[in-house]
Design a protein around this ligand. Structure first.
Ligand SMILES: C[S@@+](CC[C@H](N)C(=O)[O-])C[C@H]1O[C@@H](n2cnc3c(N)ncnc32)[C@H](O)[C@@H]1O
Length: 733
């Protein structure tokens, strides 16, 4: 090995450790020095140009004519070569490619050279890298050097190569990925570190650990077993309840997105994509669509950019007798609209929506009246007409509600979509909305039912989520989809003077309702828990129709409630309602708005149970709440028979009548009126029928508004009070 590369052995004087005692004697004895191995000598001399090999395997980057090179040339011209070139006896330069070039550039024919002998291939490369580390390399050069090293020695670890090249291991890992992808470097399952140790190429991933203190571990065990650790971010080693619930939601969404469209009774599917990808995402077949019903952004720029693609979609996917309808809006782009769509489709006519509530007409040079919004209709084939007998047209003007705008300035009222889609489509038709916005068309199609299918694309993610939650909510007829609403200011927390003289601070009134979560999957549930009677001195008895039986079951439970903090919060909420109803309402309304936003972000409907353990007729006490939150599915159980039978109850408030030991006649009236009654049975299994009505398992979930009716909702007695009931409140079979 040549001198420069030899490492000195540490001298005894410098040795940090004194020799051990038993070694000392041996050391004192004269020891004959080992025979030095004959070593090849390096040589310094001059060599002519012809000495150098034509192929230079250790030259890893191309020549540069930059400032650094120019300055090297000047130096060589002025002072000659300060350091000789370093070469192998075969004429391969290990260090000095640029210096040799500078010498040639200056016309020299003889170069000072140090010839190193006896180096292994590894050692030659080490020398090359050592030299390079003293140079300022450009990124491109480092890249070349790194790539060369990877090609030469793919088993060397990224860190080792990075050290050789003078870069970081992440950069080398990037080069490696690219080279592996192109097949230039083989994928290896182990790497050799600088110290010669061999490691697996990829660190084995730690499996996620389910947090030991999870509340609902058994319930989520199933979901947990399906979580793919590979899909989790590296930091997610410990999973919480929330992670698992999220994973369950994701699973459900993916299953829904991949399931085939169901034709009964109506189905609507919205995709978060540009309309150009809709056919692929929704697996549409050419000629399959009966109606395109859409509402483009109202601008000629949008039309210029997208018009051709819209027409291409219509021509490819509309059935021969298919139609194409779009809102037009009061914008001056009618000529463009006609020109683009008219090229390949046949214009058929205009439908008009009148908004009676608009205070006055507005006239502009380019716009006519804000009181009306037009829909233009084209057909694919020239023979298509508005056939009154076939499609049931009686008029081409619809007078409806004002535009209900909530999340989106562009949202259209659902009523007019229902009106027109009933006339432009037939049962079983496939309707497509290329610019679905907040999904008004999808909601309309779900309301129309009769096997119609609706598929929409919405490019904005936030709007898409709103569309998804609106469609999923599947609100009954008569519920407006949205109302104008300004964001609420958060009310200050309430400070409630408690009966024991202390002050209780209420930050929120609604809580995430965890009752029967399994059945509530796919919904966001909130609940308002007040005290069931004048418990704890709240001064309000909120269960006017309570009987001895339900009292024993429910109030006894309350009296025994083991969580003092939960109990205090319930009393404080009830006191706030009694003493400062305005503050109470402001808090509930604000929290509902926040929850609705959260539900929209998750793309799920919001469910709210206002009487978790109370029985307040909220539709009478606070009717505006239901109008202000039309998309919230309010639901409760009640023992007020007139509340259940009332015909003027808000459409988004569902009530299930609750049987007690005293109200059998009312139960039968409720069932005869086509509504549902909840009955508490002593133990499982609950019967299949009761009083001749089918029994639904009410313990599976709390989404009562999804139940068919008339029916009995059977639940099993819970808590010691209910299980020991002798009043007849709990039914023995
Ligand atoms: C006029 S709004 C539709 C409003 C809808 N009628 C409603 O009631 O909510 C037009 C929608 O088209 C969406 N959009 C614009 N370009 C799109 C594209 N290339 N693909 C899909 N959606 C698009 C916009 O994000 C916007 O939400």
């Amino acid at each position: 090995m040549h001198r420069l590369a030899t490492t000195k052995s540490p001298s005894r004087r410098n040795s940090p450790e004194p020799p051990a005692k038993d070694q000392a004697d041996t050391l004192r004895k004269p020891v004959s020095p080992p025979e030095p191995k004959p070593r090849p000598e390096n040589r310094r001399n001059t060599r002519s140009r012809s000495f150098f090999a034509a192929e230079q395997p250790f030259k890893v980057y191309p020549d540069r004519d930059d400032e650094e090179y120019q300055s090297l040339c000047r130096q060589v011209a002025e002072h000659g070569l300060l350091r000789p070139l370093v070469c192998t006896p075969e004429g391969h330069i290990l260090s000095g490619h640029r210096r040799r070039r500078a010498l040639e550039h200056l016309g020299s024919t003889d170069y000072p050279v140090e010839i190193v002998v006896g180096l292994s291939e590894e050692q030659k490369w080490a020398r090359v890298h050592l030299e390079n580390r003293h140079r300022s390399l450009s990124t491109a050069e480092k890249q070349q050097l790194g790539r060369a090293e990877l090609l030469r020695n793919p088993n060397l670890s990224d860190r080792s190569i990075a050290d050789l090249v003078g870069t970081c291991k992440e950069t080398i890992a990037n080069y490696r990925r690219a080279l592996e992808a192109s097949g230039e470097v083989p994928r290896t399952d182990h790497r050799v570190a600088r110290n010669g140790q061999v490691h697996p190429a990829t660190k084995p991933r730690r499996l996620p650990v389910y947090h030991t203190r999870l509340n609902h571990a058994p319930r989520h065990a199933d979901t947990l077993s399906r979580i793919d650790p590979e899909k989790l971010p590296a930091s997610k080693i410990i999973l919480t309840n929330r992670d698992v619930v999220r994973a369950a939601h994701q699973e459900r969404r993916e299953a829904l997105a991949n399931s085939p469209l169901v034709r009964q009774p109506a189905d609507a599917r919205v995709y978060n994509c540009d309309f150009r990808s809709l056919a692929v995402r929704a697996k549409l077949q050419p000629g399959q669509v009966n109606l395109v019903w859409t509402d483009f952004p109202w601008s000629s720029e949008w039309l210029k950019k997208n018009g051709e693609a819209v027409v291409d979609f219509a021509i490819e996917y509309l059935a021969e007798d298919g139609a194409f309808a779009t809102y037009y809006g009061n914008c001056p782009w009618l000529p463009e609209l006609m020109a683009v769509l008219g090229k390949s489709l046949h214009y058929r006519g205009m439908l008009i929506n009148l908004n009676q509530s608009q205070k006055k007409d507005q006239f502009f040079i380019t716009k006519i009246a804000r009181k009306s919004r037009q829909i233009f209709v084209w057909s694919k084939s020239p023979g298509w007409t508005f056939d009154p007998n076939d499609l049931g047209f009686t008029t081409d003007v619809y007078t409806g509600d004002p535009a209900e705008k909530e999340a989106h300035d562009w949202a259209q009222p659902v009523g007019e979509s229902v009106h027109w889609l009933a006339r432009l489509s037939r049962p079983g038709d496939l309707i497509v909305d290329l610019c679905a916005g907040t999904g008004t068309g999808g909601v309309a199609v779900r309301r129309l039912g009769e096997g119609r299918l609706w598929v929409g694309s919405e490019v904005e993610e936030k709007t898409f989520r709103i569309a998804r939650s609106k469609i999923a909510a599947g609100l009954p007829d008569g519920v407006p989809m949205a109302v104008a609403r300004t964001p609420r200011r958060p009310p200050s927390p309430a400070l409630v003077q408690m009966p024991d003289g202390s002050t209780h601070r209420l930050e929120t009134l609604l809580s995430n309702a965890n009752y029967k979560q399994v059945k509530g999957q796919g919904y966001l549930s909130m609940g308002l828990t007040l005290t069931p009677r004048d418990s704890g001195g709240s001064g309000l008895h909120l269960c006017r129709h309570a009987t001895a039986g339900c009292g024993a079951a429910c109030f006894a439970g309350w009296d025994r409630l083991n969580w003092p903090n939960a109990k205090r919060a319930m009393i404080a909420r009830t006191l706030l309602l009694a003493r400062d109803p305005d503050h109470f309402r402001a808090m509930v309304a604000y929290e509902l708005q926040q929850a609705q936003q959260q539900a929209d972000e998750r793309g799920v409907p919001l469910v709210c149970r206002l009487n978790v353990v109370s029985d307040v007729p909220w539709e009478r006490e606070w009717p505006e709440l239901f109008a202000e939150y039309p998309r919230v599915r309010f639901m409760d159980y009640t023992k007020h028979v007139d509340r259940v039978l009332a015909t003027d109850r808000p459409a988004n408030y569902h009530l299930t009548f609750s049987r007690s030991e005293q109200n059998e006649a009312d139960c039968r009236r409720v069932l005869e009126a086509g509504r549902n009654v909840v009955v508490v049975f002593r133990r499982k299994p609950i019967p299949e029928t009761y009083w001749g009505y089918p029994v639904i398992d009410g313990d599976k979930d709390d989404l009562r508004f999804l139940d068919p009716s008339p029916a009995i909702v059977g639940v099993v007695a819970k808590g010691a009070g209910a299980r020991r009931d002798k009043t007849g409140f709990v039914v023995d079979l």
